[in-house]
Design a protein around this ligand. Structure first.
Ligand code: SF4
Ligand code: SF4
Length: 391
């Protein structure tokens, strides 16, 4: 998946193992909310990890260096189930609330189902970001029963033929459509992830095509031509190379699409504007929470603050609060980190205010309370209230 998205919230709750795809367990919403509110005040709410469990992929996307045949077979790596479970346990002990399985293509990993089940058992919300080519009725029911919270599936163009040709996956759109139907019946949220590339062409055609495939929500991945970490979902392809002006206009197109409401666009408007400020070299308003709330974990179990960062923070076994970084970084424009940083700003700022108050630092607390960005963040949350159901 290109620049996989994780800023999704999940409206379903973890399901009991072995329930055979039955509807979500009934939970006491009030009881769920109390620890969440306490967590927001204490530390700004749950974080997420994007866990790349393998660098192998069955697709051939031109704008991605994970593409099949792009690297030597001896460079292929996957985590073992045992390693993954240990990593999930460590995440659970480090205030991670959401785990997004990515690849390569995560569904080529034979133990993904067991990893999803273990994640749900540890009361983290498991999500999968996939090209959708490996879904079938049986595994959709199995993943749902194992506690899968939501699914992100990539779409490259408002046209099945262009999408399938670019992915090298003939017939994948039919599979995606069927998967959307089944997940909808089973109460699992699905979201289309569209990379802003030249394959999109006319943005106005996207809502109709996405709806035809059964999506009601869509998130845009901002184009990437370079990353410093081990993550390879980028390339120097002309499909994702834009002049500054072209890119600013592309963001304007996404904003227009969002206003038109023919399909729900998840990227906050403020984040789209923030990326336009980034391209223009203007001062950005929201420092990124990559390395503080959001992380990238690779198949070697090296934990990075994000896909962009050159060096890992530590091995997952050494993950602890003293490794966290919060420096207001604005180095890149990866949607997976920049979008949620706008949304979660209000929660992190509330936590800052609360912790200052607890220590008697009233003036410092007030500075956080009256930070004008709180309103912007709150507006972004409100804008996305339809899908930020569970938080
Ligand atoms: S974008 Fe996703 S599906 Fe395409 S080659 Fe990269 S990892 Fe595979
Ligand atoms: S702005 Fe980019 S480089 Fe900086 S922490 Fe966020 S994702 Fe990483």
């Amino acid at each position: 998946m290109n620049s996989a998205k994780q800023d999704v919230e999940v409206r379903s709750v973890p399901r009991a193992e072995g329930t055979g795809g039955t509807p979500a367990l009934k939970t006491d919403k009030k009881a769920e909310r109390m620890p969440l509110i306490a967590g927001v005040l204490d530390h700004g709410g749950p974080g997420y990890v994007q866990f790349a469990i393998t660098n192998i992929c069955n697709a051939k996307c031109e704008f991605c260096s994970f593409a099949a045949g792009r690297f030597a077979p001896k460079q292929r790596r996957s985590v073992t189930l045992e390693e993954a479970c240990e990593a999930i346990d460590i995440c659970a002990n480090n205030r991670i609330g959401y785990l997004l399985f990515v690849g390569g293509e995560p569904m080529v990993h034979k133990d993904l189902l067991a990893m999803v089940a273990h994640t749900a058992k540890r009361r983290l919300r498991p999500m999968i970001c996939t090209n959708g080519s490996l879904w079938n009725e049986t595994n959709i029911k199995q993943y749902t029963a194992a506690g899968l919270s939501s699914v992100i599936m990539s779409i490259d163009a408002p046209d099945a033929a262009i999408h399938e040709k670019h992915r090298g996956l003939p017939g994948v759109c039919v599979k995606i459509k069927r998967a959307n139907e089944l997940f909808s019946e089973l109460g699992v949220e699905t979201i289309a992830s569209v990379t802003m590339s030249r394959l999109v062409g006319d943005y106005g055609r996207l809502p109709g095509f996405l709806r035809e495939l059964g999506f009601s929500r869509c998130t845009f991945s901002y184009p990437l031509t370079t990353l410093g970490s081990s993550y390879l979902s980028y390339s120097s392809s002309t499909l994702v190379e834009y002049t500054d002006e072209e890119l600013i206009n592309a963001f304007e197109e996404v904003k227009k699409l969002k206003r038109a409401r023919k399909i729900t666009i998840i990227n906050p408007t403020e984040s789209l504007s923030e990326m336009q400020r980034h391209i223009r070299g203007q001062k950005e308003r929201f420092g990124c929470l990559g390395g503080y709330k959001y992380f990238y974990l690779d198949w070697n179990l090296d934990l990075y603050r994000c896909h962009y960062w050159e060096k890992p923070m530590c091995h997952i076994r050494d993950f602890s609060s003293d490794k966290l970084v919060r420096d207001g970084c604005t180095r890149c424009m990866i949607d997976c980190y920049r979008d949620p940083s706008v949304l979660q700003f209000i929660a992190v700022n509330a936590s800052d205010a609360w912790n200052h108050l607890k220590h008697g630092h009233v003036l410092k607390a007030m500075r956080h309370v009256f930070d004008p960005r709180n309103l912007i963040s709150l507006r972004s949350v409100w804008e996305n209230r339809g899908w930020i159901g569970g938080v």
